[in-house]
Design a protein around this ligand. Structure first.
Ligand code: NAD
Ligand code: LMR
Length: 345
């Protein structure tokens, strides 16, 4: 996966490879051609996400779509001397071209929260946006891996699934709700309390992506730090409220964009590695699932040439986590049902 420390060396590595290929006239390490489309590319997440994907050597074609503003973002990002070609598309009439041939489609389109709002308060606007973008994906990129960032993720993923079912293109292995930011936060907060190097930390986060539906499993965190129960409870609450912490700090100017772009680029990189046949690519995602009785659930998944190759279970839970799991089910179920109902109206 693309770690922050790798970003600095990435540019020089890519430049070295490009000049080597140019000198010899053929690629010494064949890297498959991969098109990534970002829908909502001119937004707060979309722009830094476009930048990070332009730095990813696995991407050969970067397609930046939004209702407006993408010619400028594409012109800007395209001046970076890395592998991919960048094209900006704006307006619905260009959406088909933006999607055609895409291997991975990332959707950060939609409105963000303001202080005092829940993610569900975004449903009325974002549900319609995701529904129409999913219909276009079914038509123009039916085999792409789809990474949904738009909130409320607990509802927008089921919406996309229903749209794909109706279009006859649904493949549960290819649809992902991006919950990577929850894991990024859990790792950061845990490392701070446990006083261990953050780069060594792993924390599974399961459930969904809103408030109490976000369930970090600190009992399975590594390295183990034997933190007191009250510290674990505070870490759990901080992870669940991580998004709200940013919304309040931004004071009306939106929600997490930069950390989300990092998390989205990280997950897209994992999807590309899986498609390219890299073994043992395991990341968390909100996917169709049999892990609990709920039809969608976030847990670790193995990514491969067809998307989801394996959905991992919960492992051993502490009593506190067992209770957290029971507590989240009603809210998660109702958000999933709300999405399904909306898509079928
Ligand atoms: N999954 C997560 O962890 C996570 C984290 C942060 C934010 N989010 C969500 O991501 C979404 C975007 O956040 P942001 O801060 O980038 O918002 P933003 O308002 O800065 O950008 C959204 C972009 O979407 C575009 N857009 C709107 N309708 C569109 C359509 N039909 N087709 C294409 N593009 C369209 C807008 O023009 C804008 O450029 C929000 O819903 C937010 O809640 C999710
Ligand atoms: O909190 C939000 O509304 C945005 C996002 O879901 C996040 O977790 O940062």
């Amino acid at each position: 996966m693309m770690k922050p420390s790798m970003l600095r060396s990435l540019h020089s590595a890519v430049s070295r490879r490009s000049s080597h290929v140019a000198r010899r006239g053929y690629a010494t390490e064949p890297v498959p051609e991969r098109k990534v489309a970002i829908l909502g590319a001119a937004g707060g997440i979309g722009q830094p996400l476009s930048l990070l994907l332009k730095l990813n050597p696995l991407v050969s074609s970067l397609s930046l779509y939004d209702i407006g503003g993408t010619p400028g973002v594409a012109a800007d990002v395209s001046h970076i001397n890395t592998r991919s070609e960048v094209v900006g598309y704006q307006g619905e009439e260009q959406l088909g071209k933006a999607l055609e041939g895409a291997d991975v489609v990332i959707i950060p389109a939609g409105v963000p929260r303001k202080p005092g709002m829940t993610r569900d308060d975004l449903f009325n606007i974002n549900a319609g946006i995701v529904k129409s973008l999913a219909a276009a994906i079914a038509k123009y990129a039916p085999h792409a891996l789809v990474n949904i960032i738009s909130n409320p993720v607990n509802s927008t993923v089921p919406i996309a699934a229903e749209v794909f079912k109706k279009a006859g293109t649904y493949d549960e292995k290819r649809l992902f709700g991006v919950t990577t930011l929850d894991v990024v936060r859990a790792k950061t907060f845990y490392a701070g309390k446990a006083k261990v190097p953050v780069a060594e930390v792993n924390v599974p986060v399961v459930g969904g992506h809103a408030g109490i539906t976000i369930l970090p499993l600190f009992s399975q965190a590594t390295p183990q730090a034997n933190l007191d129960d009250d510290v674990i409870q505070a870490l759990t609450k901080r992870t669940q409220d991580g998004g709200t912490e940013v919304v309040e700090a931004k004071a009306g100017k939106g929600s997490a964009t930069l950390s989300m772009a990092y998390a989205g680029a990280y997950f897209a990189d994992a999807c590309l590695k899986g498609l390219n046949g890299v073994p043992d690519v395991v990341e968390p995602s909100f996917v169709q699932s049999n892990v609990t009785e709920l039809p969608f659930f976030a847990s670790k998944v193995r990514l491969g040439k067809n998307g989801v190759e394996e959905v991992f279970g919960l492992g051993a839970l502490s009593d506190y986590e067992k209770q957290g799991l029971e507590n989240l089910k009603a809210e998660l179920e109702s958000s999933i049902e709300k999405g399904i109902k909306f898509a079928n109206q």
